[in-house]
Design a protein. Structure first.
Ligand code: 0CJ
Ligand code: F3S
Length: 314
């Protein structure tokens, strides 16, 4: 039995930045730090931060006045920000800069009253936050998840003044076919050159395709509510490789790896590398001999945190 490791895998620049913001805030302020929603969608990351004194809340009203609030990597709506300000909360914004970029574009469209179509998953916090940047009373933002949803859009849309944007963690394949349909139906629609899917989502999906070529089974490490991890799992299934999404090595069932030669491993953008290493250790105990890193795109991108949250290493 051999183990193949996808490259890149695991933490993206936005997740690293969000975690650093919270860890430094704990050290600097030395008091409870509240985070709106899970900072990133990973059970282990959340548990670790909770043990260090972080409280995760869904409603701003659950936070005592004048506390410190961190907005999760997925971002929040304008209304949520207003509520936090009204309560006198000190806001530390851990929204991924690539999500903030989409926020700004949606907000611009709203100011210009340009009717907007947003491609994303209903109920996901990033989608709620991004749609919540649009507050025009003269035009609307419409959420679509599929081609079927596009067919159901109101017929009185202004075809010549229309925009589209997307969630950052969607399936590349699926989104491209949705956009193709959108452009066919609304030839004047404007939007990003490709889509707003981020570099990390793109790289991890491409690494998954590469990994699938030589794997008999692929284990995707990522929490159930992690959109980008779920997309990796679906991609493996679409390609036709036996794919299982796991929280940690504890979820691995012996029958999955019985008589298997090549086990592929990847991890979503919010899954820490120690979980990958634990899986490798477990598989070694189960008889894995060679551990091979598949070559892939080296990621050099990193995002700065605000100066007042920087702690010098000296
Ligand atoms: O939405 C994001 C800015 C991605 C954050 C990192 O991944 P995760 O798993 O916390 O979030 P998704 O559910 O969006 O993939
Ligand atoms: Fe940002 Fe993409 Fe990661 S949007 S948080 S770099 S998955």
């Amino acid at each position: 039995m051999d183990v193949l490791l996808a490259n890149p895998r695991g933490f993206c620049a936005g997740v690293k930045r969000a975690i650093l913001i919270v860890e430094n805030a704990l050290k600097i302020y030395k008091k409870t730090i509240y985070v709106k929603h899970e900072l990133v969608h990973n059970k282990h990351v959340i548990e670790k931060l909770r043990n260090k004194g972080v409280m995760f809340v869904e409603k701003i009203s659950d936070i005592p006045n004048n506390s410190i609030i961190v907005f999760s990597a997925h971002g929040v709506s304008k209304k949520t920000k207003e509520k936090a300000l009204k309560k006198g909360l000190i806001i530390l914004n851990a929204t991924c800069p690539l999500v903030t970029k989409v926020h700004k574009e949606v907000s611009q469209a709203s100011k210009k009253n340009i009717e907007t179509i947003f491609i994303g998953h209903k109920g996901h916090p990033e989608v709620i936050g991004t749609i919540g940047q649009y507050n025009s009373t003269n035009s609307k933002i419409h959420l679509v998840e599929s081609i079927e949803d596009i067919k159901k859009l109101p017929i009185n849309l202004n075809h010549k003044k229309l925009n589209f944007f997307t969630q950052t963690t969607l399936s590349i394949n699926n989104t491209r076919s949705i956009i193709k349909f959108l452009k066919k139906k609304f030839p004047y629609i404007s939007g990003p050159k490709k889509e707003d899917i981020c570099y990390a989502t793109t790289n991890r999906q491409n690494a998954m395709i590469k990994l699938s070529k030589n794997s008999d089974i692929i284990l995707v490490i990522g929490s159930k509510n992690s959109s980008n991890s779920k997309r990796l799992t679906e991609l493996g299934e679409e390609i036709g490789v036996y794919t299982k999404q796991i929280e940690s090595f504890l979820d691995i069932q012996k029958k999955w790896i019985k008589n298997i030669k090549y086990i592929g491993i990847t991890a979503g953008a919010s899954a820490p590398e120690f979980l990958v290493q634990q899986v490798i250790e477990y598989l070694k105990k189960m008889g894995a001999q060679n551990i091979k890193e598949i070559s892939g795109n080296k990621e050099k991108i990193s995002f700065k945190i605000p100066k007042y949250l920087t702690i010098s290493k000296n």
